[in-house]
Design a protein around this ligand. Sequence first.
Ligand SMILES: [Zn+2]
Length: 247
Amino acid sequence: MEKATAHYVFHCPKGSVAEKEINEIVELQEGCYSFISDFLCTDAKGKIHYHFFDTSKEVGSQYALVYDNNNDEPCNGFALPDTRSKDGFNHIFAVYNNEVKCVGFHEDAHIISYSLGRPVSQFIREGLAMFFDRYWWGIDNYSWTRWYVEERKMPSVTELLENEKFNEYSEAITYPVSGAFTGYLIERFGKDKYVEFYKCIADKGMNAFKQIFRTSMSSLEKDFIKYIKLFKLREEIRKMLMEDINE
Ligand SMILES: [Zn+2]
């Protein structure tokens, strides 16, 4: 089944959960789309094609197929921008079943942000998508980060900017921490400055921190941790975090 809306074309397998819930999906994605594009003052070039699959195994196979490699590990969702797709359209491949519904801000934020540029650093790219998501496994980015600081499990943000380091850590650390750091930059310097920074880092690399924020990465990092420590974790949330991580 195919359904076209203002900013999307949704492709659902026949008889799938996605097909049954298509009206809710349309409402959610169009809502995310307008928020992201208003915020970033830009839009995706052309409609986003959303392809739903029942399982993460199928999405993993799609990844291997479109990126033409052998990495077909199961995956819940990924974005394929128009610049890299064979037909010149933006695509998102996502799992949608009763348990896993890979919809919302994340992949759309990636696609829309490509209009600003595509920074090399995964920490920066995932940070923006995670800023819009706000939550990782139902717990907000700041709580995760506060907890890692408390548990002395917090990696250096400066190091995480390098993809090699970023990929050494679990996504349960890198994703929420990148979202929290992005949130901190936006709250401290304002949205317009952040957008300017995002374009600059995509274009010129790490010098963008100094050029746009007029401060060194190490003092930004220190200040970020100081800010995070101003918040107190609620006991129930600490328990949930411990359960999530030990599962
Ligand atoms: Zn992502």
